[in-house]
Design a protein around this ligand. Structure first.
Ligand code: SF4
Length: 189
């Protein structure tokens, strides 16, 4: 793994995109040892709005519970539909998902740059349904373009998904049963 620490031994500031509270639990417990984390919630892929609000409220709960600052960005629903409209019937893991990762990571990178974070990352790879190579290559390309650093990870390793689910059950946090977009909700994918 890349060593992100600098010579002054301070904990680098990491802006961590979170897709939901469940996926944030294990990655934040792991990363908080080495990084000063701020959570970043930008998920225009979550539909309908009621579900978006539910997931956001759960992220607010863990932010408060574990004293991790949280930045909430806009709910850019129209933009998400415009950028993915040609890929409605793609299976999960296909082209629509790559665009969905790109939309969210680009926004995270822009915020990281503006707010002078040392690096940015995402909790997305904790899910067994998400391809870490695709996510990490998208994050790395965005970082290179913006002259930033991306934290490449595979949080599902070492039973990461099981650990995050166990903690979610223990603290009784909301656990959704579909990925997020309307297509995954209606099992079109
Ligand atoms: S299935 Fe999940 S990752 Fe894929 S487009 Fe829908 S919300 Fe995004």
């Amino acid at each position: 793994m890349t060593n992100y620490k600098n010579s002054s031994n301070h904990r680098p500031k990491l802006l961590l995109h979170v897709c939901c509270a469940v996926c944030a639990l294990y990655p934040t417990s792991l990363l908080s040892k080495d990084f000063e984390i701020t959570l970043f919630f930008y998920n225009p892929n979550i539909h309908p709005r009621k579900e978006y609000n539910k997931r956001l409220e759960s992220v607010k709960i863990i932010s408060k519970k574990y004293s991790i600052p949280l930045i909430i960005d806009r709910y850019e629903l129209r933009k998400w539909f415009r950028l993915t409209e040609n890929y409605k019937f793609e299976p999960e893991g296909g082209k629509r998902c790559s665009i969905c990762f790109d939309i969210r990571l680009k926004r995270t990178a822009a915020a990281a740059k503006k707010l002078k974070f040392d690096l940015f990352g995402t909790t997305l790879t904790v899910s067994p349904h998400k391809n870490k190579d695709i996510i990490n290559s998208i994050g790395t390309a965005i970082a290179a373009n913006k002259k930033l650093k991306f934290y490449s990870a595979d949080f599902k390793k070492k039973n990461g998904f099981k650990k995050t689910m166990n903690t979610a059950k223990k603290i009784n946090i909301y656990r959704q049963n579909y990925c997020g977009c309307i297509y995954s909700l209606h099992k079109l994918v």
